[in-house]
Design a protein around this ligand. Structure first.
Ligand code: NG6
Ligand code: CA
Length: 498
């Protein structure tokens, strides 16, 4: 009888009727947003009302981490459930790199698809494209996100400062004129368009370091390109273009459970926000980009509300690595800092082994499943989202799937404050966090990365910090605890082999 009733209702309402019980999942993944860049994390010089509201409606995590202090490796971990440093070639990729996400192995989106979700990527990809042969930007570009689990994708290949500066939709460059084919080269100049190096007078924003190859939209890029004139984006439209596509994906798929990975370009360089945001923060374009980022979050929340989905949608906001002020352009982030503290109480920043490299804003909201108004100190990593969502959606994981991903669903949903017992972090050197202690392995690189003005965390001696007492990592207590240092160094080695 029950079965009959089920069949009848399913027949009447369609297969989505029951599946819709599962929450939709939206990961909003900012680029280079620091722990102190949001007002709900203590920023006072800039306001992020939409993010603050999101945090109030759910949980604000104080000890949530990206796996790494740069983009590509953090994204690799998020998508594969595997630590990036286990695989070579997972550092920051050029725009013409081959895809590093293995085809045919389970990924976070392919797992969600198996669980009955429609899956979409909108925004920054930066995990490579193609199989290693030179990419032909004028044909179907494969493999890419659609071959590793996304039903839909609209993205730019690498970063906003790397060529090609075009959108790719489901493997095709958007708006490409066949008579003006695209060529990309990261070794030498192609075509005869001006470069930042040869023609700095043509730039609307000067480079402080690097970024002096092909000029697109008045901005010097990393890498050279020619062709595709009509397909090139204007930086000022990135936020609108991505938000429109994200909304469209939600609109088109809201009758099924959907999984949207919304990877923002903000607040990465070149910071060139929409004109509407320019000058609005009083902190230069970096602050204006924070306002734009917050606006994007607001638009997504409004869309969910308009479709009646705000209660049963789990929204996560986080960032791929910590903050940096001068990342290669003269954009007033430094001169107009005006007291803003992108790191909050942390030390280091983007690229760094100190907490500022990987400890990032992390908000979870799901009104139907998570109690509002919580703060959690649980230690969690983005590498854990794979196993946690597998648990949530009832997907079994094979023995070799997502090997570094732990089921942290209880912590993510605020059922417990207990997170991981330990976590490996990647700045330059690897660190091991265990309980309150953090061990940074010795390394010989420079201590201060001068161009970006970030403390790397490199030291030829081992470092040990008590994060509970000293989240700013000011007191290296390694000399007082030689046994602990030895133990944690050995544990890190063992975990690396595992
Ligand atoms: C660096 C770039 C920096 C940024 C970074 C990647 C220079 C001088 N610096 O090499 O601007 O693009 O790579 O950032 O070129 S990430 O957030 O994608 O990891
Ligand atoms: Ca980044």
């Amino acid at each position: 009888m029950k079965k009959l009733l089920f069949m009848l209702i399913t027949g009447l309402l369609g297969p989505g009727a029951f599946a819709q019980q599962k929450p939709n999942v939206v990961i909003i993944y900012a680029d280079d947003a620091g722990y102190g860049d949001l007002s709900c994390y203590g920023a006072t010089k800039v306001k992020t009302p939409n993010l603050d509201r999101l945090a109030k409606s759910g949980i604000r995590f104080t000890n949530g981490h990206a796996t790494s202090a740069t983009c590509t490796p953090s994204r690799f971990a998020l998508i594969t459930g595997r630590y990036p440093w286990r695989k070579t070639g997972t550092g920051v990729l050029p725009g013409n790199a081959a895809m590093i996400v293995p085809v045919g192995q389970p990924t976070l989106p392919s797992m969600m698809r198996k669980a009955g979700y429609k899956t979409g990527l909108v925004g920054k990809w930066h995990l490579g494209l193609g199989d290693g042969k030179e990419i032909d930007w004028n044909e179907d570009i494969k493999p890419g996100p659609n071959e590793v689990g996304f039903d839909y994708s609209f993205f730019f290949p690498a970063t906003a400062d790397r060529v090609p500066t075009v959108f790719v939709e489901n493997g095709r460059v958007q708006g490409l004129d066949k008579n003006d084919p695209i060529t990309v080269n990261y070794k030498e100049k192609v075509g005869n368009e001006p470069t930042g190096k040869e023609n700095p007078e043509l730039l609307k924003m000067q480079a402080s370091h690097g970024h002096n190859n092909t000029i697109v939209n008045g901005i010097g890029r990393i890498g050279f390109m020619k062709g595709g004139q009509k397909a090139r984006w204007a930086d000022e439209e990135l936020a609108y273009a991505f938000t429109d596509k994200a909304e469209q994906f939600i609109e088109e798929n809201h009758r099924h459970p959907f999984f949207l990975y919304f990877a923002l370009s903000d607040i990465h360089v070149p910071r060139m926000p929409a004109t509407a945001f320019k000058g609005k923060s009083g902190l230069g374009y970096r602050g204006d980009a924070i306002l734009e980022m917050d606006w994007m979050v607001g638009r997504i929340m409004e869309k969910l509300k308009a479709l009646g989905l705000e209660k049963n949608t789990l929204v996560i906001f986080s960032s791929d690595n910590g903050p940096v002020l001068d990342d290669g352009y003269v954009d007033e982030a430094v001169t107009m800092q005006n007291g803003h503290q992108p790191l909050g109480p942390l030390r280091g920043g983007k690229y760094s082994a100190f907490e500022g490299g990987t400890r990032v804003p992390w908000i979870v909201s799901w009104p139907a499943g998570v109690k509002a108004g919580q703060t959690s100190d649980a230690l969690i990593s983005q590498v854990d989202l794979f196993a946690s969502f597998a648990k949530m959606t009832g997907q079994p994981l094979g023995a070799t799937d997502a090997p570094d991903s732990f089921d942290m669903l209880g912590a993510l949903l605020g059922k417990t404050q207990k997170g991981r017992d330990w976590l490996i972090l990647q700045g330059g050197p690897l660190s091991l966090v265990q309980g309150d202690l953090k061990y940074i392995s010795p390394s010989n690189g420079q201590k201060l990365m001068k161009e970006v003005n970030v403390e790397s965390g490199n030291d030829s001696a081992p470092q040990l910090y008590d994060l509970k007492k000293d989240v700013g990592e000011k007191q290296n207590i390694a000399a007082e605890h030689p046994e602990k240092v030895k133990e944690m160094a050995a544990m890190l080695e063992k975990l690396k082999e595992a």
